[in-house]
Write a protein that binds this ligand. Structure first.
Ligand code: HEC
Length: 123
């Protein structure tokens, strides 16, 4: 079947509009993911810290005063230049006289280290 010039044009315009709409929809869906893409998820580490470490450590952002005297707060730990993922995990997988041994899975160790280090850039 042959279409007249006008019909063709109308159909093409319709197709273009649909395409533009689809592209927009896709962008709207992907947009938020892209925007937060370079932010690390620290929520599970924070939850762990809140339930297991608050007896001795101040674990919230910017808090330098731990409930137990002589215990470094997580923010203070994060601000030590020597603190790295490795140093935190090494500390947590070895015994210390003043801190109880905590049994954490490798995933939980990752989460905790990520959370503590996320507190670094607060002044
Ligand atoms: C019963 C008290 C207590 C609890 C509970 C506790 N800590 Fe500690 N933590 C300490 C003390 C005391 C120190 C300092 C030990 C030292 O310097 O020898 C310390 C030190 C640390 C350090 C090393 C700080 C540094 O200077 O590098 C890290 C990391 C740490 N704790 C993480 C944790 C995490 C994570 C939890 C929860 C899973 C936790 N702690 C639970 C008492 C505690």
């Amino acid at each position: 079947m042959w279409l007249r010039g006008n019909d063709k044009e109308r159909i093409m315009k319709g197709v273009m509009k649909t395409r533009a709409l689809l592209t927009l929809l896709i962008l709207l869906q992907v947009g938020p993911a892209l925007a937060t893409g370079d932010q690390v998820d620290t929520s599970s580490g924070e939850a762990l810290a809140r339930s297991w470490c608050t007896e001795c450590h101040a674990v919230t952002r910017g808090n330098l005063q731990s409930p137990r005297p002589g215990v470094p707060s997580f923010t203070a730990i994060a601000r030590q230049p020597s603190t790295t993922t490795m140093s935190i995990q090494a500390f947590l997988t070895t015994s210390h006289p003043r801190m109880p041994n905590v049994k954490l899975t490798p995933e939980q160790l990752d989460d905790i280290a990520r959370y503590i280090l996320s507190l670094r850039d607060t002044r």
